[in-house]
Design a binder for this molecule. Sequence first.
Ligand SMILES: Cc1cc2nc3c(=O)[nH]c(=O)nc-3n(C[C@H](O)[C@H](O)[C@H](O)COP(=O)(O)OP(=O)(O)OC[C@H]3O[C@@H](n4cnc5c(N)ncnc54)[C@H](O)[C@@H]3O)c2cc1C
Length: 361
Amino acid sequence: MTPHQTDVFIVGGGPAGLAAGIAARLRGFRVMLADGCRPPIDKACGEGLMADALAGLRRLGVSLSREQGALFTGIRFVEPGFSAEARFRGGPGLGIRRTTLHSLLVERASELGVDLHWGRPARLDAAGASVDGTPVRARWMVGADGQNSSFRRWAGLDRCRGYTRRFGFRRHFRVSPWSDFVEVHWTERCQAYITPVSADEVCVAVISRDPRLRFEDFFRLFPGAARRLEGASPGTAPRGAVTASCRLHSVVSGSFALIGEASGSLDAITGEGLSLAFRQAVALAEALERDDLAWYAAEHRRIARMPRLMERLMLILDQNTWVRHQVLRAFTAEPRLFARLLDIHTRQPAASTFYPSPRYL
Ligand SMILES: Cc1cc2nc3c(=O)[nH]c(=O)nc-3n(C[C@H](O)[C@H](O)[C@H](O)COP(=O)(O)OP(=O)(O)OC[C@H]3O[C@@H](n4cnc5c(N)ncnc54)[C@H](O)[C@@H]3O)c2cc1C
């Protein structure tokens, strides 16, 4: 049997795998990608793309317009007795349905000539990698197969530190967004965040440590937010996923590299997963050109540093009510503090003035 021959073989065609394929093709590599599912692939996600995720997509040649989703210009934290908000200085984010984003990435990858194999899970065993029984020979193999990556185990990169996990659900509701903020509603060890995703739809994501939590609990736990959805018909069924925080000892080994959630993940509350994946894809392609995966490993660490700090803060707010109330009180009384935190989160330099009118896409 003639094996598949390619420069880069990518296992997994979610946002990270597609972004990696696009970035590698842009540098002239032959790329083959296999995914066990068929597009557009849906997944539980808050569906918010921060400005740097949009910048990352533009670098890959995927330009999104506001018509494909809904702009959001800042973040609002809400808990009974508190409401604090701040706007992004570096431009708005975009809420976009996961399936729309996936379709756009697939379109760009096809246009660039990535050799796409949908509905074809990669088999990884002692004999090597194969798709549909045909062996794959590649200079580099990239694991983009998500949180429970079998590629990671196969490549011997499964050692992880600081593993924590929470449980998430998302569901869409047909209602005009009542605000151009992503609203993060807090209660004891549980958050709901609401992202506008079109002119007449919002995405509600609920995240908690409690494995017994179901999407329906949202209405009981967050009555204020639930009132906004009164009379709105659901646009989708609830979809669940585990959201884990996990840092790997290494994301490369020999000619193997990991990307996206396969390469370690952040808790969903950071809203950073996709942005990280797009930045990793650009870095990985550069590393392939340099023929230096150690360079990618160093960039991977650097890219995740600030989001990891932000994750730590968010998880402290999740676990410690007293601290959360102090922080929310401070943000409510002094909105510049919250604005500064958002600047750090979105990697903006310190500002002397706050709240300029938002730049649009
Ligand atoms: C509740 C929740 C809310 C979130 N909210 C946000 C948010 O608002 N903003 C944000 O940026 N991020 C958010 N995230 C994180 C974001 O969804 C992830 O970072 C992103 O999905 C990671 O993409 P990925 O391509 O690495 O993995 P995935 O999207 O999981 O893709 C992995 C792919 O690999 C395929 N695969 C698996 N095994 C094989 C195999 N053997 N062969 C071939 N294919 C295989 C799967 O079919 C899948 O398509 C959220 C996550 C959760 C759980």
